[in-house]
Design a protein around this ligand. Structure first.
Ligand code: ZN
Length: 281
């Protein structure tokens, strides 16, 4: 695979007739084809957060035939989630979001394995959970979980596809410093003090903005699995929905980064051992 990522190479090319029909629009694509579809089937992706970003993300990954999708979220579905979190339905209010989103994804594609984790990602379980997957998608809405996921991904050498939304804006990047480009901490060395940067639950977000960003996140994840196109590693995509403007800025590795540089001081997740207040935007 391009970029030297260590994705599984044991691929099952034996698709059923239904699978060939289901994935026919992928198989028609020269850059995907049967081999690419087999790569998707062999891939294992962990989605952190079954909220505004995680909803379109898990639905498109499942529809695309990503063989194993983990989905971690400890929240219960609330009425105020339904304005943007389209993997859920009104009759499931009060249910675990990981279970609800898994149910919707499986209704779209029962050929894939969805592994819902109704738990809070923390310093004790992150290494094990992230280590079970090839690629991690962060769709959470708080810095404590973002930094935990970013640190765990670098320590476990896992590609991180990271998206964020607020009000009418979205950001997206791919972090795989062990192959190319910076890590999340090269960009943001420390979490801002609590209350400085508002979350969606404090400042609001246009529902469709999370849908666009979660769908872009799914697209970049599929590109990383397939090894096609230009990776977003080393670049940050910024979308201003009100101005209808996308721009991409180049990101450089920080030569003194505490996480990914030769002088790294972060060697485990012990600094995250206080409570992580996880919520999913
Ligand atoms: Zn770094």
């Amino acid at each position: 695979m391009r970029g030297g990522a260590s994705y599984p190479l044991v691929m099952d090319l034996d698709f059923s007739e239904d699978e060939i029909r289901r994935y026919s629009r992928h198989i028609l694509l020269q850059d995907v084809g049967g081999i690419g579809q087999a790569r998707l089937k062999a891939a294992r992706v962990l989605v952190v957060g079954a909220g505004g970003l995680g909803s379109p993300l898990v639905l498109y990954l499942a529809a695309a035939g990503v063989g194993t999708i983990g989905l971690v979220d400890h929240d219960r579905l609330e009425l105020s989630n339904l304005q943007r979190q389209i993997a859920h339905t009104t009759d499931r209010i009060g249910q675990p979001k990981a279970v609800s989103a898994a149910q919707t994804a499986l209704a779209i594609n029962p050929e894939v394995h969805i592994e819902p984790y109704d738990l809070r990602l923390d310093a004790d379980n992150a290494t094990d959970l992230i280590g079970r997957y090839d690629i991690v998608c962060d769709g959470t809405d708080n810095f404590a979980t973002r930094f935990l996921v970013a640190d765990a991904c670098v320590l476990a050498r896992r590609t991180l596809v990271s998206a964020a939304v607020l009000r009418f804006e979205g950001q997206l990047s791919v972090f795989k410093p062990y192959i190319e480009g910076p890590c999340y901490r090269c960009l943001y060395p420390e979490a801002p003090p609590e209350g400085v940067v508002p979350t969606c639950s404090e400042a609001g977000v246009l529902g469709a903005v999370t849908g666009v960003m979660g769908t872009l996140q799914a697209t970049e994840t599929l590109k990383e699995i397939l090894g096609i196109g230009e990776s977003l590693a080393g670049k940050l995509l910024i979308w201003d929905a009100l101005a209808t403007r996308f721009r991409t800025v180049r990101l450089r590795p920080d030569p003194n980064c505490a996480l990914c540089s030769p002088a790294a001081t972060i060697r485990d997740l012990s600094q995250h051992r206080h409570a992580v207040a996880a919520c999913a935007g």
